[in-house]
Design a protein around this ligand. Structure first.
Ligand code: PMP
Length: 363
């Protein structure tokens, strides 16, 4: 008998049960080590092996070539909002273009503006970020240092199905809330960053995938921790990395490889899961109003509103009774947000789907 609910939290978010069980089984003593992963040096052979395996798993799952460095950092994606312009702007390029498709893109641009000149290539704010730009809508500068976009806007639930085309200007992606949800052509990117606490593990770790030539842009004058090149030269061990979170990333990526069978399969499952919920919205348009335009709906965060606040409160309370939790939408969008990341099982989405259908019937 489990006390676990189906937890639709936007992050930190639900993790695969088998991953938690493995971590639990190994918590007191890693096999062959005699101590917890929490208790050993980051430079010990046992931990170095775990970190290398986590990186190898990421490289395999996402087909990351040797032209890219993989870094394990801290400070969340918020620190990346600052580190990206600190490292990638400078004498060679003073400005960067930002595509604003939701709250996180806007936050990223706000931080970047403290470090350099930021041009807004597109801003969906006038319709409360319910749509995405076509390539032709983007106001891009050919001499920009990079173009920043957010592949999945966690709060609004809008997601790019394909990368915006930025020509030869490096594309920088905040993939925090859809990292590893599908295969990616990494060669289209200058850099990808993702905090771990949605699709990759627990909070405390941020994964950065960066084209190696871009590392050369980092100025030696930057504080060491804020310099990508320093992290790359030290195999992400310039300071003590978040060892437990890296261990969990290893287990999550093992799960993606061995239990799910890779990112093509994961993408298929994610499409199936999301389709179950969006069908309920489409079947009941007078009751459930989706926030995102249908063509840009997120596979990760399903956002919708009910006719009024009273019904929304009832929905949340009744869902909780059915052990479906953490469904409250962000205040800027209101209503409901069901986050259905990789680790949310099909059975959890089916339970929510059934609950939603039943709830309309009763109201
Ligand atoms: N970007 C996106 C898309 C996010 O969803 C989040 C977290 N919800 C962040 C950035 C910020 O991440 P962190 O809290 O790890 O700094």
């Amino acid at each position: 008998m489990t006390t676990r609910t189906y937890n639709f939290s936007a992050g930190p978010a639900t993790l695969p049960l088998s991953v938690l069980e493995k971590a639990q089984a190994e918590l007191l003593s890693l096999p062959g080590v005699g101590a917890s992963v929490l208790e050993i040096s980051h430079r010990s052979p046992a931990f170095v092996e775990i970190a290398q395996a986590a990186e190898a798993n990421l490289r395999e799952l996402l087909s990351i070539s040797d032209d890219y460095a993989v870094l394990f950092l801290q400070g969340g994606s918020r620190l990346q909002f600052s580190m990206v312009p600190m490292n990638l702007l400078g004498e060679h390029a003073n400005s960067a273009d930002y595509i604003l498709t939701g709250s996180w893109g806007k936050n990223a641009a706000k931080e970047a503006a403290k470090e350099g000149d930021i041009c807004i290539a597109w801003d969906g704010g006038s319709t409360n970020y319910d749509r995405l730009p076509a390539d032709g809508d983007l106001d891009l500068n050919s001499d920009a240092g990079y173009v920043h976009f957010t592949s999945n806007e966690t709060i609004q639930g809008v997601q790019f199905a394909a990368e915006p085309n930025t020509g030869s200007v490096p594309l920088v992606c905040d993939a925090s809330s859809d990292f590893m949800h599908r295969p990616l052509d990494v060669s289209k990117y200058g850099m990808i960053y993702a905090c771990a606490q949605k699709n990759a593990g627990p909070a405390g770790l941020t994964v950065v995938v960066m084209r190696k030539d871009l590392l050369e842009l980092s100025s030696d004058d930057l504080p060491g921790y804020l310099n990508y090149k320093v992290h790359a030269e030290n195999d992400s061990m310039w300071n003590t990395p978040p060892t437990f979170a890296i261990y969990m990333l290893k287990l999550v990526t093992d799960w993606l490889k061995d239990e799910i069978g890779g990112l093509e399969k994961m993408h298929e499952l994610n499409k199936q899961k999301a389709a179950l919920l969006y069908k309920v919205l489409d079947d009941n348009p007078d009751f459930y109003q989706g926030h995102a335009k249908p063509e840009v709906r997120s596979l990760m965060n399903v956002t919708f509103r009910l006719p009024d606040d009273e019904l929304t409160a009832k929905f949340l309370a009744a869902a909780k009774e059915q052990r479906l939790t953490d469904l409250k939408g962000h205040r800027s969008v209101g209503g409901i947000r069901a986050s259905i990341y990789n680790a949310m099982p099909m059975a959890g989405v089916e339970a929510l789907r059934d609950f939603m259908v039943d709830f309309v019937g009763r109201h």
